[in-house]
Ligand binder design. Structure first.
Ligand SMILES: [Zn+2]
Length: 554
């Protein structure tokens, strides 16, 4: 018999478990990386010789949050200049105020330019969101005011578009004679500097898109930032939703070397990008490889799930919408994966026993996905697959009823209400459709398991804020967008803990404070269940505990 690790009892102001069978306790006892029991401090002494650790006696111990739609590359973004509309805080705690107009964008870029010594070093920035700017559109001439010598590459917030200066166009040989779809030209036939979608964006190597992180996916700093961001917001389980490197020799092993360490503060489930924005088409080989990788899963690093991207983004008018479509006209959006190819791609992973999360922003994309799942289930019945519609922004009540029947989960993009709710109302969808977006209450009424997400770097990683946006549905102008789609604070917090864990097939391990699960906690300053829907986003986070190890916010 080997000696058991010491039992440690953590008394707290409150232990809030998110387990309805035992919702609160005075203290939690931890042995090694697992929860031994909850109860009163006196009661917990019955589990053997124990040390009392008082460090959380003034805090609320809550389950570590689970975020089922994030991107590992978000940790690499902060080496570039942020020029978005929304104020953000980077993992080091530095605040980046939002840029309200093109003038402020240019000022921010001039500051970044002045800070670079080498006059030819590239300047890369991200977060530009032209939908907030009335009037003229930022193009190469604006960026030429910043520099005519160094290449400048600006990635838009959607990730689907970039704008570059004249020096970048010249360096990469993009001219009036370049005939690649997505290279936008002015009335005289000259490139404006705007490049749409991957084929055009990929032409720029002198100042590549900040999101073109394929090369940097092995950056240890990126992982440290990703982990720090999680710790700062009490998140202990993350996802990399769509990684294109898992078929590459050595890459999964590199991830293990970085994440299976005592100082990395979170678990990560890394999904294979099955199609759309990279990803191979040799499905049988990918299924075999994913089963091999899964056999090597560790406590903190998980492989075995698959991501697809079916359509574009609604605020870019590239999400695929059913009738009635967008507000301005009858534009249809784009398919990132041709519908006629999707059945073959999906059914291979489905029959291979893997769980698929598919990006569906528009309801036509949701419809295609549900039709495909239904056909795949008829050909190859499976129980408890937990296939998930991720984003699910315009999924209808009828589609949620189908999801319930088919055993499909929905991971809903509630942060859109807070970030772009007014634009959806005024410009993109109109008041009726905008009020039905991200319909978390409808999903729950239909019995669909849900989670909520941020899709960082698209919006900030902050589960308390994400839960608050689903409960309050307030837009930046203060309008309640869809009062009947608001959910309760408790439902929203469930979505950010057990709900997300369920669709990652990790709900037996994380997502609530129960004996036997990992000792993964968010350390909070107040009881989030006592907060109102708006105040929920201001509950202080003091750090996290992952597998019994402490990660205070520094
Ligand atoms: Zn995403």
């Amino acid at each position: 018999m080997t000696a058991q690790p010491e039992l440690t009892i953590y008394p707290a102001r409150l232990v809030r478990t998110m387990d309805p069978a035992r919702p609160t306790a005075e203290a939690v006892a931890v042995r090694g990386d697992r929860i031994r029991a909850i109860g009163s401090t006196e009661e917990l002494k019955a589990y053997g010789p124990a040390r009392i650790d008082d460090r959380y006696s003034e805090h609320v111990i809550f389950p570590g949050f689970v975020e089922a739609h994030t991107h590992i590359g978000s940790g690499a973004m902060w080496q570039f200049t942020y020029i978005g509309k929304i104020e953000r805080t980077d993992p080091s705690g530095k605040r980046w105020p939002g840029c309200a107009d093109i003038g402020e964008v240019i000022t921010r870029l001039k500051e970044a330019d002045a800070a670079l010594d080498d006059p030819h070093a590239p300047l890369q920035a991200w977060g530009l969101d032209p939908i907030f700017f009335e009037g003229e559109r930022l193009d190469r001439r604006h960026l030429d005011q910043v520099s005519t010598t160094r290449p400048i590459g600006i990635t838009h917030q959607s990730g689907h578009v970039m704008t570059v200066n004249s020096a970048a166009l010249a360096a990469d040989g993009v001219t009036r004679d370049t005939h690649v779809p997505g290279v936008i030209k002015d009335a005289d036939g000259e490139p404006t500097g705007e490049l749409r979608e991957p084929a055009a964006m990929g032409l720029i190597e002198s100042a590549p898109s900040a999101l073109a992180l394929g090369k940097e996916l092995r950056d240890p700093l990126m992982l440290r930032n990703f982990g720090a961001d999680a710790r700062n917001h009490g998140v202990t389980t993350l996802v990399d939703l769509g990684n294109t490197q898992l078929m590459t020799d050595g890459y999964p092993q590199w991830l293990h070397s970085q994440i299976d360490t005592d100082d990395f503060p979170a678990r990560i489930s890394v999904f294979h990008m099955g199609g759309g924005f990279g990803g191979g088409t040799d499905v049988p080989a990918a299924v075999r490889r994913l089963h091999e990788l899964r056999a090597g899963n560790s406590d903190k690093l998980r492989f075995g799930h698959v991501k697809f991207i079916l359509d574009g983004s609604n605020q870019g008018f590239t999400g695929r919408l059913q009738e009635p479509g967008y507000l301005p006209d009858d534009r249809k959006g784009i398919w990132v994966i041709p519908p006629e190819q999707f059945m073959d791609l999906f059914s291979g992973y489905h029959a291979g026993g893997l769980t698929v999360h598919a990006h569906c922003n528009g309801d036509e994309a949701t419809e295609l996905y549900l039709d495909t799942i239904e056909a795949a289930l008829e050909a190859h019945p499976r129980w408890d697959h937990r296939h998930t519609v991720t984003h699910s922004q315009l999924s209808t009540a009828a589609q949620y009823r189908r999801m319930a029947t088919l055993g499909v989960c929905a991971n809903i993009f509630s942060n859109h209400i807070w970030a772009w709710g007014d634009q959806h109302h005024d410009i993109i969808l109109g008041p009726d459709r905008a009020s039905r977006m991200n319909a978390a209450a409808t999903a729950l009424r239909c019995g669909v398991p849900i989670s909520l997400h941020c899709d960082t770097p698209i919006t900030p990683l902050d589960p308390l804020a994400t839960a608050s946006h689903a409960a309050a549905r307030l837009t930046p102008s203060g309008r309640v967008l869809g009062e009947h789609e608001r959910i309760s604070v408790e439902q929203a917090l469930h979505a950010m803990t057990l709900g997300a864990a369920y669709m990652l097939k990790m709900d037996h391990e994380v997502g609530s404070i129960e004996a036997g699960k990992y000792a993964d906690f968010a350390i909070l300053g107040e009881d989030p269940l006592a907060a109102d829907p708006v105040g929920l986003r201001d509950v202080p986070v003091h750090g996290s505990v992952c597998g019994g190890r402490h990660f205070p916010v520094s």
